[in-house]
Design a protein around this ligand. Structure first.
Ligand SMILES: Cc1cc2nc3c(=O)[nH]c(=O)nc-3n(C[C@H](O)[C@H](O)[C@H](O)COP(=O)(O)OP(=O)(O)OC[C@H]3O[C@@H](n4cnc5c(N)ncnc54)[C@H](O)[C@@H]3O)c2cc1C
Length: 666
C-alpha cells in the first residue's frame, strides 16, 4: 500500500450530546483543511450502521489509509470503529479517536470555546493518525476451565451453568460450607419461599456435579497469567478432619469440651457451637471442621487427658497433624462471587445495638425466626427464665444505607423488602404483636414487591415515616425517638424489641481479591464492572467477571440473573477456544536497555522479565515484555530511565507531535 497518509475525519453529533455544545459542522469543515485529510464528514451517530458504512465506503472509494473519529471516549467505541476499518480491509490500528464528548461537550457550556477545543483535539488526532503504524493481534488458546471465587447463590448458579455446558469448574469457598448468606435466611421475599428448600438442592448439585471441583475452607492465594490462561494457586486450609473418613455423624461435636460455648457464625453469635463443628445442619459438604483458634488441642496442645472428639469418632477422622494444602491449576476465565457483609450496627451508636440485648439486626432476626435457628424459630429475647416474647416491635430502616455519615450513600436495595418480610413473619409468629416500621421511603421496585408491601400493611404492620434519632431505655422498655414527618409530630415510642434493617456493604476482606486480580472498586467500594450498562458483569481485567453482591447490593433474583450473565460471558470465552491478546503492548529496545529492572518492579501485570542477551558483543541483562501478559498500561514507559520502553500506538514519536499540535492551536 502507498503509505502516504490519506486521512478521513468523521465528526459525530452523538444525537445532541455533542452537537448541543459543539458546532460539529464547523469542526468537520475545519478538519477538511488539515494536512493529509482527504475527506471530513459529520453525522448524527457515527457508531450506527449507516455511520460505519460511510467510513467503509470512503476507505474504498477515497483510498483512505488513516481514520480519525471525533466522538465519544475510546472506551466506548474504539473496538466498534476498529472493526469498521478491518471490514474495509484496513489495519484496525490505523484508527485514532478524538474524544469530543467526555473531554469537550459534556464538560463545557460555552459553545464557541467548546467548538474551538474540539477543533484542537481533532487537529492533534490527525497529526497522530499520520504517524500510526499497523499492529497485528495475536491469538492464544483458552484453557477450558473456570475458577469461581465464592459459593453463595451467585457462585453456585454460575458454577452449575458452566459445568452444565461441559466445562470444568473450580469452585472456591472460604468457609467450611457453600451457601453464603442465603443459607442464613428463613423465607425469601416476596414469595415467601423457604430459603433452604430452594437453595439446598443447588448446594447438593454443585458438590456432586462431575465437572465441578469444590474447594471449601479454601482461599485463592495467587493468580498469574492472562485471559484464557490464568495460573491459580489455592490454599486448602487444614480442617483437622479427614474429609474421606468423616461421616458427618456429629458425635465429635457432642463430646467436645467446648460444646455450646463458642458463638456460632451461622447464627450470628446468638447460637453456640463446639470447637469441632458443622456450620449448619444442611451444610455442604456435610463434614466437620475444627476451629483452630478455639480448639484446646490446637491452641494449648492439650485437651484433658485426651481429646474427647478423637475418642468419640468411630472412623478415626480427626487428625491434628493435618496441614494446609496448596492446590494449583489453570483456568481460562474467573468469576468473582464473593458477596457482601452486613453493616456493623455498632457504627450507629445512637441506636444502642451494643448496649441493649433487645436491639438486634435484621440478619439476627432471620436466625431467630428460622426453625433451624438458636430458638427453633421461637421469637424469644433474653436468656433462660428471663426470656420473653416481644409484643411491641419497631423496625428502623436504612441503618447504614443512604447515610453519608457512615460513608454509604447508596441504597442497599433489599432492606425495604426484607423488613416487610420479617414484619410479616413476626405477625405470623406473634399474632398479638404490634409491629411498626420507621422509614424514610419505601422502595418496592421489583416484581411482586409492591403487592407484598401492601399485603404486609393490610396484615396490620404500621409504617411511620421518620428516621429515628435515638433509641434509649426507659424502665423495662426501649424508647424509639423520632419525628413523624407526615404529621410533623414528635414520637417517643415504647417497644420491647428494635430491629435494625442493616444495609449491605462490601466485604471487609474485599481488598484480598482486589490485590490478587487487580480489580477496581466503584465509589461505593463494591467491585467495579467494566461498564455500568453495557458490560455489567465484565471487569477491567479481561477474562475476569463479577456476579452477585460482590458488584453491589441485590436480591436473590437479580443475583441469580447476574450469575447467569457472568457464566454466559465466561462460556463465550471458553467455548471459542481462542482469545485475541492486546496488540498495543509495550516494547523494550534491547539495544538501549540498561537492565536496571525498574520496569520489572513496577509492572502491575508481571509482564516483564530480565533476560541475558548479547548486547554489542557483551553479555547484558535487558528487560523483555511478554506480549500475552502486557495490558498496555504504559507504566513501564513512564518509569523507564533510558527511554527504551515504548508502547505501541503511544510511542514518543507519535504522542509528542500530537501534544505539540494541541499547543500550536492555542
Ligand atoms: C437480612 C437479609 C435478608 C435478606 N432477605 C432476602 C430475601 O428474602 N429475598 C432476596 O431475594 N434477597 C434477600 N437478601 C439478599 C440476599 O442475601 C443476597 O441477594 C444473596 O445472598 C447474594 O448472594 P451472593 O452469592 O452474591 O453473596 P453471599 O451470599 O454473600 O455469598 C458469597 C460467598 O462467597 C464467599 N467468599 C467471600 N469471600 C471469599 C473469598 N475471598 N474466597 C472464597 N470465598 C469467599 C462467602 O463465604 C460466601 O459464601 C437478604 C439479605 C439480608 C442481609
Amino acid at each position: 500500500m502507498n503509505n502516504k497518509p490519506k486521512i478521513g475525519v468523521y465528526v459525530c453529533h452523538c444525537g445532541i450530546n455533542i452537537s448541543h455544545t459543539v458546532d460539529v459542522e464547523a469542526v468537520a469543515e475545519f478538519a477538511s483543511q488539515l494536512p493529509n485529510v482527504r475527506v471530513a464528514r459529520e453525522y448524527s451517530y457515527m457508531c450506527s450502521d449507516p455511520g460505519q458504512a460511510l467510513i467503509r465506503e470512503d476507505i474504498k472509494n477515497e483510498g483512505l489509509n488513516r481514520v480519525v473519529v471525533a466522538s465519544c471516549s475510546p472506551r466506548m467505541h474504539e473496538l466498534t470503529f476498529r472493526k469498521t476499518l478491518a471490514e474495509a480491509g484496513l489495519n484496525p490500528y490505523y484508527l485514532e479517536m478524538a474524544n469530543i464528548r467526555e473531554h469537550c461537550s459534556w464538560v463545557h457550556g460555552d459553545r464557541e470555546k467548546a467548538t474551538a477545543k474540539a477543533k484542537r483535539l481533532v487537529a492533534a488526532a490527525a497529526v497522530k493518525a499520520r504517524l500510526l503504524e499497523p499492529l497485528q493481534e495475536k491469538e492464544v488458546d483458552v484453557e477450558p476451565a473456570s475458577l469461581i471465587i465464592g459459593a453463595g447463590i451467585a457462585g453456585i448458579q454460575a458454577a452449575l451453568d458452566i459445568a452444565e455446558a461441559g466445562f470444568k469448574v473450580y469452585l472456591v469457598e472460604k468457609t467450611p460450607s457453600v451457601g453464603g448468606r442465603m443459607s442464613q435466611l428463613d423465607k425469601t421475599f416476596p414469595t415467601l419461599d423457604c430459603s433452604a428448600c430452594i437453595l439446598t438442592p443447588k448446594m447438593v448439585d454443585v458438590a456432586s456435579h462431575p465437572n465441578i471441583e469444590l474447594l471449601t475452607y479454601s482461599q485463592v492465594e495467587d493468580v498469574s497469567g492472562y485471559v484464557g490462561n490464568f495460573d491459580v494457586k489455592v490454599r486448602k486450609k487444614a480442617r483437622y478432619v479427614d474429609m474421606d473418613k468423616c461421616t458427618g455423624c456429629g458425635v465429635c461435636a457432642q463430646e467436645c469440651r467446648l460444646t455450646g460455648r463458642i458463638p456460632s457464625e451461622f447464627d450470628e453469635g446468638m447460637g453456640k457451637r463446639a470447637a469441632i463443628y458443622l456450620p449448619f445442619p444442611q451444610a455442604v459438604p456435610a463434614k466437620y471442621t475444627i476451629d483452630p483458634e478455639r480448639c484446646l488441642m490446637l491452641t494449648r496442645g492439650k485437651c484433658g487427658k485426651s481429646p474427647k472428639c478423637v475418642d468419640a469418632c468411630g472412623t478415626g477422622a480427626i487428625n491434628f497433624e493435618q496441614e494446609d494444602e496448596i492446590v494449583e491449576f489453570k483456568v481460562g476465565s474467573i468469576i468473582v462471587a464473593t458477596g457482601f457483609d452486613v453493616f456493623d450496627a455498632s457504627r450507629k451508636p445512637e441506636y444502642g445495638y451494643n448496649d441493649y440485648e433487645n436491639v438486634i439486626t435484621g440478619l439476627e432476626l432471620e436466625r431467630l425466626v428460622s426453625a433451624s435457628g438458636p430458638t427453633g424459630g421461637d421469637i424469644l429475647i433474653g436468656k433462660g427464665d428471663d426470656a420473653y416474647v416481644p409484643k411491641d416491635i419497631a423496625f428502623i430502616k436504612c441503618v447504614g444505607s443512604r447515610d453519608k455519615s457512615v460513608g454509604n450513600e447508596y441504597c442497599s436495595r433489599v432492606c425495604c423488602m426484607y423488613t416487610a418480610k420479617l414484619a410479616h413473619l413476626l405477625t405470623e409468629k406473634i399474632p398479638d404483636a404490634n409491629v411498626r416500621v420507621y422509614y424514610m421511603d419505601v422502595r418496592a421496585f421489583g416484581k411482586g414487591f409492591e403487592e407484598f408491601y401492601d399485603r404486609v400493611r393490610r396484615e396490620g404492620v404500621r409504617y411511620i415515616r421518620g428516621n429515628p434519632s435515638e433509641v434509649f431505655k426507659r424502665g423495662d422498655k426501649l424508647v424509639v425517638k423520632a419525628e413523624n414527618t407526615l404529621t410533623s409530630t414528635p414520637v417517643e415510642d415504647e417497644v420491647d424489641l428494635v430491629v435494625l434493617a442493616v444495609g449491605l456493604e462490601p466485604r471487609r476482606d474485599a481488598r484480598e481479591i482486589i490485590d490478587i486480580l487487580r480489580l477496581s472498586q466503584s465509589g461505593d467500594r463494591f467491585y467495579m464492572e467494566a461498564h455500568p450498562k453495557l458490560a455489567p458483569v465484565d471487569t477491567a481485567t479481561d477474562g475476569v467477571f463479577l456476579a452477585g453482591c460482590a458488584q453491589g447490593p441485590k436480591d436473590i433474583p437479580d443475583t441469580v440473573a447476574q450469575a447467569k450473565g457472568a457464566a454466559s460471558s465466561a462460556l463465550v470465552l471458553l467455548s471459542s477456544g481462542k482469545v485475541k491478546v492486546q496488540a498495543q503492548v509495550s516494547h523494550i529496545n534491547e539495544d538501549t536497555c540498561r537492565g536496571c529492572g525498574y520496569c520489572v518492579e513496577i509492572c502491575p501485570y508481571s509482564a516483564i522479565e530480565l533476560v541475558t542477551v548479547n548486547q554489542f558483543g557483551h553479555e547484558a541483562l535487558v528487560a523483555r515484555v511478554n506480549d500475552a501478559l502486557c495490558k498496555g498500561c504504559g507504566a513501564c514507559v513512564a518509569g523507564c530511565f533510558s527511554g527504551s520502553a515504548q508502547q505501541k500506538s503511544f510511542m514518543d514519536g507519535q504522542i509528542l507531535p500530537q501534544i505539540a499540535a494541541l499547543g500550536v492551536m492555542r
